[in-house]
Design a protein. Structure first.
Length: 237
């Protein structure tokens, strides 16, 4: 496999073509953004930590029967993935109230959500990723109703696998965002799963161990990501 030209540079990752039209290289950079890119900072080791974190989670999910784009980790900061036709809809599941939900509905942070909630957001930075619903997604052609049903089922299946994985490490999986795409017509989990796109709290102290440390200026961002990784069995050396 040969890495070719850069196709896209996002806020945290860069995407490269390869000599195989079905495969891409994802480069996890140290860049960290919050508030739609309003705040940007480079955090040493972040690319390496998120690349290893994501590889571990994607392999775990694949092992649990969830189709993912992940092929293999290539280096400290790069992974090989299947090239997907991305669906511009973000799927969010919440087990506990936090972030946008607390702001929007005025519920208490940390309230247990039974059953867990499922929300859709349009992937559109210029519009600040607005919340949408299945009707809007279908009407505007972002996803079909069958694709939405499948994405929802897979997102909840991920919840069962990861809630337990993190619980075993003394962590609460508060919420997370997933992105899906199509590979040869099949819905496949894409993008990444790392503490950048989810909330994780220490089960006892409820200390935040995810990107909220960056959003809220709490410091120790990458140290927290590494601590989470260690607790679920990832080595970073
Ligand atoms: P956001 O942070 O809102 O997700 P971004 O575009 O800045 O947006 P990055 O993670 O920096 O996000 O960029 C990675 C890009 O690669 C994303 O647009 C993501 O949808 C896309 N992507 C991820 N996995 C694949 C894949 N397997 N095939 C094609 N594109 C992918
Ligand atoms: P949410 O609380 O709606 O938004 P915010 O974090 O901006 O207050 O987010 C729920 C979870 O999904 C949280 O762990 C962050 C993640 N997420 C993203 O990573 N990117 C997104 O574009 C969205 C909508 C959510």
């Amino acid at each position: 496999m040969e890495k070719r030209q850069e196709l896209y540079a996002g806020k945290a990752k860069s995407v490269y073509a390869t000599d195989d039209p079905d495969l891409l290289v994802l480069h996890f950079r140290d860049d960290t953004s919050a508030f739609d890119g309003e705040r940007m900072e480079s955090l040493a080791r972040k690319g390496m930590v998120n690349n290893r974190f994501n590889a571990f989670i994607m392999e775990t999910l694949q092992g649990a029967g969830i189709p993912t784009h992940f092929v293999k980790r290539l280096s400290d900061t790069e992974s090989l993935v299947k090239r997907l036709e991305m669906i511009p809809v973000e799927c969010v599941v919440r087990n506990l109230a936090a972030g946008g939900l607390v702001k929007r509905l005025g519920v208490e942070e940390g309230k247990e959500l039974v059953p867990p909630t499922f929300e859709l957001f349009l992937k559109n930075d210029a519009l600040h990723d607005p919340m949408i619903n299945e009707s809007l997604a279908e009407t505007f052609g972002w996803a079909t109703s069958e694709q939405l049903a499948e994405m929802k089922a897979l997102t909840f299946k991920v919840n069962e696998v990861l809630k337990q994985l993190f619980a075993d490490g003394g962590l609460l999986l508060v919420d997370y965002k997933l992105e899906f795409g199509l590979f040869q017509g099949q819905i496949v989990l894409g993008d990444e799963f790392s503490p950048d796109g989810c909330r994780l709290w220490d089960a006892e102290t409820r200390n935040k161990m995810d990107k909220d440390r960056f959003r809220q200026g709490l410091g120790g961002v990458i140290e927290a990501y590494e601590e989470v990784g260690r607790r679920i069995g990832i080595g970073f050396d």
